[in-house]
Design a protein around this ligand. Sequence first.
Ligand code: ADP
Length: 218
Amino acid sequence: MRKQFAIIGMGRFGSSVAKTLSQLGFEVLAIDQNEETVQEVSAYVTHAVQADSTDEEALRALGIRNFDVVVVAIGEDIQASILTTLILKELGIATTVVKAVNDLHGKVLKKIGADKIVYPERDMGQRVAHHLISSNIIDYIELSPDYSIVEMRASSQMIGKSLRQLDVRAKYGCNVIAIKQKEQMIIPPSAEESLTSDDILVLVGKNSNLQTFEINYA
Ligand code: ADP
């Protein structure tokens, strides 16, 4: 059985999650309190229904308990986001993924048992900032508040040098965990092989160390 998803709140974030899951072939139930919004999303999800997610009976009637994952994508109305999450946890939903608009909202969600809390604006802001530091940065994934994974194109100063020569671990305290070369991934990467302009380095480390590395090799 493939996972079934319900997404509550079809704003910019929720509708993007719903659309992507549908395109990937998953069944998606989209819920929004606004009838017009429901009409718009009904074109690309399995089911779209109008309901107020702070109404426990309405959620029960939709059979929300049958869903493996419920995403709460209500941003602006923090009260509705919190109430909805509380109801879902009380109904016994195993996995709730909830969008938080700020740290305080996130803290409350954690206290009431949200299983995963996402901060789309904050995360995207960080990604954009990393792209601004260096056009070589392809992706940036936060592992914890202090540690991240960075995907970075080999910059001109790296080309022709080996990982041993770059001495990333000793000089910058970060580890190169993989090198992507066209279609293939080299894990673990060889310390001796020279880097080429097509290579993409995947580094893990403390944010401050990664940033020093990014700036030095921008
Ligand atoms: P974004 O920032 O991702 O665009 P918004 O907070 O602007 O998110 O949009 C949230 C969506 O959630 C809106 O379409 C709104 O109608 C819907 N929504 C808000 N409260 C409820 C609720 N109690 N029940 C169902 N849908 C809701």
